[in-house]
Design a protein around this ligand. Sequence first.
Ligand SMILES: [Mg+2]
Length: 251
Amino acid sequence: MGREDNPGLTPVIVKTALFLDYDGTLTPIVDHPDRARLGAVRKRFLRTLAQRPVVKIAIVSGRSLASVRKQVGLPGLIYIGNHGLEIMLGKRRVVVPAARRFAKTVRELKTVLHRGLPFPGVLIEDKGYTISVHYRKVHRRHLKSFRQAFFRAIAPWRKRIRVTAGKKVLELRPPGLWGKGRAVKWLLRQPQLRGYQPVYIGDDRTDEDAFRALRQRGLTLRVGLTSATAAQKCLPGISGVYRYLERYRQP
Ligand SMILES: [Mg+2]
């Protein structure tokens, strides 16, 4: 029996909000964060998905909002930067108050870190409301002293900052629990996303926060095969992410 004969069996189209981490999920992790560009084909693909009325795309990143918007370069998407502290929804830019208060500390920490970490290969990235210290290019034999120097440098602030670790990066963030998880939950309460089912895909420890936050609410997928995750399933790698997303291209 065709669908026309039985309108009661018209399939329900699920409106989906795709929350996609950027580095390591949509693009490979590279030596310098500025080089992690989205290729033309993948960019076009994401644009096609985002144009469907039943799909919303939110890019979730630890990068600053400005940086993640520049790297992705697609208008009309939702962007979450600085691990949830900055959000761009339509024309509205939201900065979490704790982040705003932290901006002065970020400037102080930046000076102290530049002085305290004289190791070749260290990259100190000022993201306005947080700082990332990348050590991917630091030689193995310097890693121990690098870590010691890092914690020595930040010691006076230790109680007023939150230190998190990602892939070859240490991050200094405002205290408190605001992270990718809370940002995603906040977004799901906004009128633009009402009725959308969340799917979250990420590759890093900072995404675990969102996996836990969405445990009861949506589908969570971790990039890379690991059992140490709160995500419901794993995807084998970045090409696996795009293969998975293909299902949202067609009704
Ligand atoms: Mg990532």
